[in-house]
Structure formats: structure tokens, C-alpha cells
Design a binder for this molecule. Structure first.
Ligand code: CA
Length: 232
């Protein structure tokens, strides 16, 4: 039986979710206080955590941060506001997905099942780091040799594209935010137009995609960033 730790202080939501998720065959452990969340997580070792953002005691973001420091258990955030900040903060903290309140139970259950499925599906396919090289989905970026191979064919890339591809492949399956890419590739003090990033992504797609107009490997996550997808 798949067990879920629900961290939610609103009684109506907690009771409603407990009833509907148990009806779907999940085992629920519900705590209402952020301070109880970590102890409950250690005690129950759940398969997934449903985590409210605004809580008495430890906040949802802090709980997420502390859980991620120890474990890659799937985390779905329940947020009150659908703002970009919430999304980026949630995903940057390592949450796997989020739903915005008010949400339908059906939508939440679909997200839970998708995250559980993805966890199983992507674990072996995630980027492999061997020495100085990263690899995912037929793309190898080898820093020591300054070499890129795509489906076994060596490709020459300029330094910015090389670094960008390495960052995306090393995080295969995960969203890398635009902010993080710019910080890593251009530096914190970069003040230029963020359109520069789109230009470099476009050039990179021309090299790594079969059809750059229908990219399968480097996917745009609208309003957030990019995700490298293992298409093999
Ligand atoms: Ca709350």
C-alpha cells in the first residue's frame, strides 16, 4: 500500500484529503503542524509527501529543504498562491510538483500518480555522472576531453553552448530555471537581456534536436526554465 504523509494545518482540507485519498487506496498519515512534519516523516517513511506551504511551526519550504537534504522522496507542494515565485521556489527546493489551492481532488490524485510513476521511471534514466562526463538520453558531455557526443556522433560546440548543455544534461529530468542558468553560465552580475538565453537555447537545439522546431530533448517549461528529457 502506498503511504502518503500529508502536512496541512487546515482541518477541512486535511479531512477531505484523508477521506478521498484513502478511498483511492492510499494510506494517509496527517500532521497539522510544521514542527511535527520531520518527526512524522522519519517515523512513517512515506512513499510521498503532500506538503502545504504556509504552516504553523516550520514552513513548507523549510521542511522541503530539510527533507531534500536527506532524501529524494517525492514531494508535492500545496500552495495558496499561483505566482511564479511559488513555482520557482517550490521546484528549486526540489519539490516534484505542486497544485494551487483550491484544487480538485481528482487533479491532485492525477498529479500524485504521475509523480510516483515518474519517480520509478526516471530513476535509472537520470543523468549518469562518470568522472567529468555527464550523460543522458544519448547525449554525452565530457568536460575533461571538451567533447560532446550526440547519439554517438562527436559535435563541436562553442563554450557557452557546451556549458549550457552540460548543466541541462546533469539535471536531466529536472527543471533548471532561467535564473539558475544565467547565474551558472553568465555569472551573478550578468545584466544583459535574458533574450540572450533564448538565442543560445535555439543554437543548442539546432545541434541536439532532430527537429529544432519540435524539440524533444530540450523542453521549454513555460515561465520557469528548461528541462532536458531522456528520449531514449
Ligand atoms: Ca496552511
Amino acid at each position: 500500500m502506498i503511504s502518503i504523509l500529508l502536512v496541512e494545518d487546515e482541518a477541512a482540507i486535511g479531512e477531505g484529503l484523508t477521506t478521498s485519498l484513502e478511498a483511492e487506496g492510499f494510506r494517509l498519515h496527517w500532521v497539522r503542524d510544521g514542527d511535527e512534519a520531520l518527526e512524522a516523516w522519519h517515523r512513517h517513511d512515506p512513499d510521498l509527501i503532500l506538503l502545504d506551504l504556509m504552516l504553523p511551526g516550520l514552513s513548507g519550504t523549510e521542511i522541503c529543504r530539510r527533507v531534500r537534504a536527506e532524501s529524494d522522496v517525492p514531494i508535492v507542494m500545496l500552495t495558496a498562491k499561483d505566482t511564479e515565485v511559488d513555482r520557482i521556489v517550490g521546484l528549486e527546493l526540489g519539490a516534484d510538483d505542486y497544485v494551487t489551492k483550491p484544487f480538485s481532488t481528482r487533479e491532485l490524485i492525477a498529479r500524485i500518480r504521475a509523480v510516483l510513476r515518474r519517480g520509478r521511471a526516471t530513476a535509472p534514466a537520470a543523468a549518469e555522472v562518470t568522472g567529468s562526463a555527464v550523460e543522458a538520453g544519448g547525449v554525452v558531455v565530457d568536460r575533461a576531453r571538451h567533447e560532446v557526443r550526440i547519439d554517438g556522433v562527436a559535435v563541436e560546440l562553442p563554450p557557452k553552448e557546451f556549458n549550457l548543455l552540460e548543466l541541462l544534461v546533469a539535471n536531466a529530468g529536472l527543471v533548471v530555471t532561467r535564473e539558475r542558468i544565467i547565474e551558472r553560465i553568465w555569472g551573478l552580475d550578468y545584466v544583459g537581456d535574458t533574450k540572450t538565453l533564448d538565442v543560445h537555447i535555439g543554437r543548442l537545439r539546432a545541434r541536439v534536436e532532430h527537429d529544432p522546431h519540435d524539440p524533444k530533448r530540450i523542453r521549454t517549461v513555460r515561465g520557469v526554465g528548461y528541462r532536458f528529457v531522456d528520449t531514449s
